[in-house]
Structures are given as structure tokens and as C-alpha cells.
Design a protein around this ligand. Structure first.
Ligand code: ZN
Length: 424
């Protein structure tokens, strides 16, 4: 019989190969996010100098704030996880309830989550004032505070749930706990992604069916032409918080939904809205949420197994003030490692996301065959959302989930060229 550690190494290798295979085979690598045709991305062609300088001015305030916030989070997480500070906080948090491991997990994740959030709260408040000054945020401080409280509550509850599985299975099966924990955490990712639209999204927005109208009929007709089963288009009351335009697909199977912001309906032409929905149909048709969920579930399982293999790394645990990995006082160390790994993987994740988005753009163009409407859509999104039209390259490679506005416009011009449509 092979040892448990050896089995874990083999399982980890198999999972990582599976993730790599999914990424190589199922991500649309053939679509170039930066167009390879004759069109050179050029912001000055579609945006006025005033629009460009406004976008640059907002990016110059928001991007450093976001980077600083990330840096503060990591430093705090390192301080808590790489010293015994985190362990002492976990002990202290659980003490009023008797100090048992379950309370250490629940109250420890609450305490660590609150500390992390409070540390970056001033930066969030500053970002909010910037967004208000630029007319992007419409929410008052009451709603801002409520939004943050809700996302902290949801984040802490999910973290506590995952940590409960992690530490619980170590107690249940000290030798093979990693098989139980990896399976359970992967299952949590799948169930979470499925339930997200019905459990989490309604905590922030209200959704209603798009009212009967010419537009609704047209959108459902586009979906039918595309062969995507859509029985409803939902409208989110996003205008309570923002003037930005957006639409998205979430959930899968029976919880899959296409949502458009109400801000779109108030101001945008039917052709623009149709193109946006055509892009979202691209995500639905190629099951991007399912693919993302599968990669996320395998990644979570790999993280658990990698965590198990770190058990032998006693000096790190000692430094964190924990007697073993099974001791919930190691929680701050575990959370720090996860945060660091997340940051290391961010460029790869963003690259994958940009490929998926570029592919949905091509889908929208193939479906509507209207590159002029696509370019108008990108122009409207760029102006209304005050998007970074000429993004900082480093920021783009690490964080950008979508190709830039200007790249997406160039893609449409390339598409027009290749398909001999009149070039807009
Ligand atoms: Zn998209």
C-alpha cells in the first residue's frame, strides 16, 4: 500500500494535469484578444481628447487605490499568518465561548475577516468618493456601509464553512483527511456557483423580468436564433448604486440567468442592448460558467492537497504559533498562503478570462453581423463606465478580465474586414 503522502502527490499531479488540459483544450486560445488583422488599436480614432483625459484621470486615482488596498491586505495577512499574532487572535476570539475548535474556526474567521476589512476600509471610502465625483456611484453612505457589511458577512460565512470542512476532516480522519476535504471543498465550489444567483445576488439587487416590449421580444428572438435556451431576461436595479452599464450571465443548469442592468434600458439604443445580450449569449452558449466552475473546483481541491503536503513544513507552523496544521490556530497562515497563491495566479486567471471575453465578442459579431452596433456599444460602455481606455500595461496583464475597449473595437473592425461587411 502506498503511503498517504505519496498518494497525495500523485492526486495533486493528476488534478493539475486535468486543470491544464481543461485550460488548453476548452479555453478559446485561437481567438486573439489583441486583433491580428489589419486594424491597429487606436483610442484617438473613437474617443475625443476630453473623453480620453477623463478616463486617464479616473484610472490614475482608482488603480493606485486598488493596488494599495491589495498591498495593505497582503501585508496584514502576512503579519497575522507569519507571526503568532493570528493564532493569538483566534484563541482570544473563541475564549468567551469556551475556546473549542469549532468556535475557534467560526469566531477566528470572523475576527480575522473583520481585521482585514477594517484595514482597507479607508481606501474603499476614498474610492467611493472618487466614483461619486465622477458621477459613477449613486449610492449614499448608508447603502455603501450596508453593501460592505453584507459582503463581509457572506465572505466570512463562506470562509468559515470551508475552514470547518478543512479542520473538521482532519479530526475525522487524521491520515486521509485530505481526500475528504478536497472532495468536499470542490463540491462546495460547484454548489456555490449553482446557488450564487439565487442566494447571493438577491442580497444586493432586486431582479424583475424585463417588461413586455419590442426589445424583450427582439432579445428572446436573438437567443432563439442563437439556439440558446433562455426563458427570461432579468433586469437588475443597478441604478440604486451606479450609473455604469453592464450585463452578465451567472449560474448554470436551472439557475442560469442573463441579467442586464436597468441603467442600460434607460439610455441605450436597442441595437446596443442587443449586441450586449449577444455577447452574454456567447458565454451561455459555450458554458463559460460551467467551465469556470470546473476549473475553480479542481483548483480548490488542489489547494487543499497542497495544504496537506505542507504539513511537514513544521517551522512555518511553529512560526505561526500553531501546534500542527490540524490546530485551527494555523488559520491565519492558511489564509495568507491562499491570498499569496491567489495573487501569483492572478495574471494567468486574467489571461484566461480575456480569452473567454474575446471569444464572446466574436460570438456577438457572428450573431448580430453588425460591427457598427458593436463599436457603438463599446464606445457607450467606455464613455459611460469611464473605462481605462489606454490601460497601464502592468495593471492590464495582472488584473484586466476583459480586453481593453480599444482592442475590442479593433476586433470589430477586423471582423468587418474578414467578413467583407462595410468597415465602420
Ligand atoms: Zn463577457
Amino acid at each position: 500500500m502506498i503511503g498517504s503522502r505519496r498518494a497525495a502527490w500523485i492526486t495533486l499531479a493528476v488534478i493539475l494535469i486535468a486543470v491544464l488540459a481543461l485550460v488548453v483544450i476548452l479555453i478559446p486560445w485561437r481567438v486573439a484578444p489583441i486583433p491580428v488583422g489589419g486594424t491597429v488599436p487606436d483610442a484617438t480614432r473613437d474617443f475625443t481628447p476630453a473623453e480620453l483625459s477623463r478616463a486617464a484621470a479616473l484610472a490614475a486615482r482608482i488603480q493606485p487605490t486598488a493596488l494599495l488596498s491589495l498591498a495593505v491586505s497582503l501585508v496584514i495577512s502576512a503579519l497575522l499568518g507569519l507571526t503568532s499574532l493570528g493564532a493569538r487572535i483566534v484563541t482570544l476570539a473563541a475564549r468567551p465561548m469556551g475556546g473549542g475548535w469549532v468556535w475557534q474556526v467560526i469566531l477566528g474567521s470572523l475576527a480575522l475577516g473583520l481585521i482585514g476589512r477594517l484595514a482597507t476600509l479607508p481606501l474603499s471610502a476614498y474610492a467611493e468618493t472618487v466614483l461619486r465625483r465622477y458621477g459613477l456611484s449613486t449610492r449614499g453612505w448608508g447603502l455603501w456601509a450596508a453593501d460592505i457589511a453584507k459582503s463581509v458577512a457572506i465572505g466570512v460565512a463562506l470562509t468559515a464553512l470551508v475552514l470547518m470542512v478543512f479542520y473538521g476532516s482532519m479530526r475525522l480522519a487524521p491520515r486521509l483527511w485530505w481526500t475528504i476535504a478536497a472532495t468536499a471543498v470542490a463540491a462546495l465550489v460547484v454548489v456555490g456557483s449553482f446557488l450564487y444567483p439565487v442566494l447571493v445576488e438577491p442580497a444586493f439587487n432586486q431582479f424583475r423580468s424585463m417588461p413586455q416590449s419590442q426589445l424583450r421580444g427582439d432579445l428572446l428572438a436573438v437567443a432563439e436564433r442563437d439556439g440558446v435556451a433562455v426563458d427570461d431576461v432579468l433586469v437588475a436595479d443597478a441604478s440604486r448604486r451606479t450609473t455604469a452599464l453592464n450585463a452578465y450571465v451567472s449560474g448554470f443548469g436551472s439557475t442560469r440567468r442573463i441579467v442586464v442592468y436597468d441603467t442600460l434600458l434607460d439610455s441605450e439604443s436597442p441595437a446596443v442592448i442587443e449586441t450586449i445580450v449577444a455577447h452574454e449569449l456567447g458565454h451561455a452558449k459555450s458554458n463559460d460558467v460551467v467551465l469556470g466552475t470546473a476549473i475553480g473546483a479542481l483548483g480548490a481541491a488542489a489547494a487543499v492537497i497542497a495544504g496537506y503536503l505542507l504539513v511537514g513544513w513544521a517551522p512555518l507552523l511553529r512560526r505561526a504559533g500553531a501546534s500542527s496544521l490540524a490546530d485551527p490556530r494555523s488559520m491565519a497562515l492558511v489564509l495568507f498562503v491562499l491570498a499569496a497563491v491567489g495573487l501569483i495566479l492572478a495574471p494567468a486567471q486574467s489571461l484566461i478570462s480575456r480569452q473567454i471575453e474575446a471569444s464572446a465578442d466574436v460570438h456577438a459579431l457572428d450573431l448580430t453581423r453588425d460591427p457598427a452596433a458593436f463599436i457603438e456599444m463599446q464606445r457607450r460602455l467606455g464613455i459611460r463606465n469611464i473605462a481605462a481606455l489606454e490601460p497601464n500595461q502592468l495593471y492590464y496583464w495582472v488584473f484586466a478580465s476583459h480586453p481593453s475597449t480599444v482592442e475590442r473595437i479593433a476586433t470589430a473592425r477586423d471582423w468587418a474586414q474578414v467578413n467583407r461587411a462595410s468597415p465602420p
